[in-house]
Design a protein around this ligand. Structure first.
Ligand SMILES: [Zn+2]
Length: 329
């Protein structure tokens, strides 16, 4: 096991102990090319206004026992770290930001046109850019990414996704920061993600298979655990994919089978996302907000026999173990 270097990068600098942590959330989801050209879209992006709204939501979390959120907004979802920095100035809650790329299929042409076997060839810039975000900081913000993110969905491991996974694996091994994924549980997609990462020499215990909590298939989930990874039980509140009942029953069942040490909890929520109709989202998913775990999920887990020690593992100890940077290998 590589040595820990005992630091976790947040937007405001390194911390040693992140406390209770939501491992998969988003502060802002933005559409920069839309905003450049139609800045008056009704969804209304105003950095200071949205930063204050987001900070208020995060600060409310603090009163509900949460100390840190991991913002998994990467390229493809509208990452804009200067806005997240403003939020961090306005709240006590720690924010960890990510690097990586979100696509279910092709790469953005900037990357797709370059790299081995592409139109212009040359080196693949993905891994180089990810390492820069972790080692030097993102843009000119000085904020360092604390986690790597990659995605595949119902299309499986497409050529574009595969390039992102390989680049993420390389950046992980070069820097020692952990990996988290977006996976498609209905097609048991976490398994091929593990296979590809393992083929790049990744220690799968440094990987969170995200959205595993969309599944109720205990055999599938235990296979992911047996391969060494953590499960992201991270869409509490998105009840159209999997209802509250199923989500809590799955976590409780896995705790009972001794797997509390391999799960993390979150909502995959956004403080503001210009791709959402926030009114419709509120109507369809009334529990899809940052306080759902504290208010509803934890009490229900306790009612089902999940112990305080197991909750502490999922909310505090596992996130700290995952996020604590290790030596490159
Ligand atoms: Zn997400």
């Amino acid at each position: 096991m590589p040595e820990r270097t005992a630091e976790i990068e947040t937007v405001t600098g390194p911390v040693r102990d992140p406390g209770a942590t939501l491992m998969h959330e988003h502060i802002f989801g933005l559409s920069p090319e839309i905003l450049w050209n139609w800045p008056d879209i009704p969804e209304g992006w105003d950095l200071e206004l949205r930063a204050r709204e987001a900070a208020d939501k995060l600060t409310e979390l603090k009163d509900h026992g949460i100390d840190t959120v991991v913002d998994l907004t990467v390229i493809g979802l509208g990452r804009y770290v200067p806005a997240v920095q403003r939020v961090a100035e306005l709240t006590e809650v720690n924010i960890v930001v990510a690097t990586g790329l979100y696509t279910y299929d092709a790469l953005p042409p900037y990357f797709g046109n370059r790299g081995p076997g592409s139109l212009f060839g040359g080196p693949d810039r993905l891994a180089e850019f990810f390492v820069r975000d972790i080692a030097e900081g993102i843009g000119d913000t000085g904020v360092k990414a604390g986690i790597l993110k990659c995605a595949s969905d119902h299309l499986g491991m497409t050529g574009g996704c595969e390039r992102v996974f390989r680049a993420v694996a390389q950046a992980h091994r070069a820097t020692g920061v952990p990996i988290t994924t977006h996976s498609h549980s209905a097609s048991r997609g976490g398994l091929e993600q593990q296979k590809l990462l393992a083929s790049e020499g990744v220690d799968l215990s440094r990987v969170v298979i995200g959205h595993a909590g969309d599944s109720t298939d205990l055999a599938y989930l235990e296979e992911l655990i047996a391969n060494g990874s953590y499960l992201g039980m991270d869409r509490f509140g998105i009840n159209t994919i999997s209802p509250f009942e199923d989500r809590v029953a799955t976590v409780a069942a896995l705790c009972e089978r001794g797997h509390a040490g391999r799960m993390v909890l979150s909502h995959d929520s956004y403080c503001f996302n210009d791709r959402f109709d926030h009114e419709v989202v509120r109507r369809r998913h009334p529990d899809y907000h940052l306080l759902h775990i504290s208010r509803d999920v934890l009490p229900e887990l306790r009612r089902r026999g999940v112990t305080e020690e197991q909750i502490h593992r999922m909310l505090v100890a596992n996130p700290r173990d995952i996020l604590t940077r290790r030596e490159p290998y």
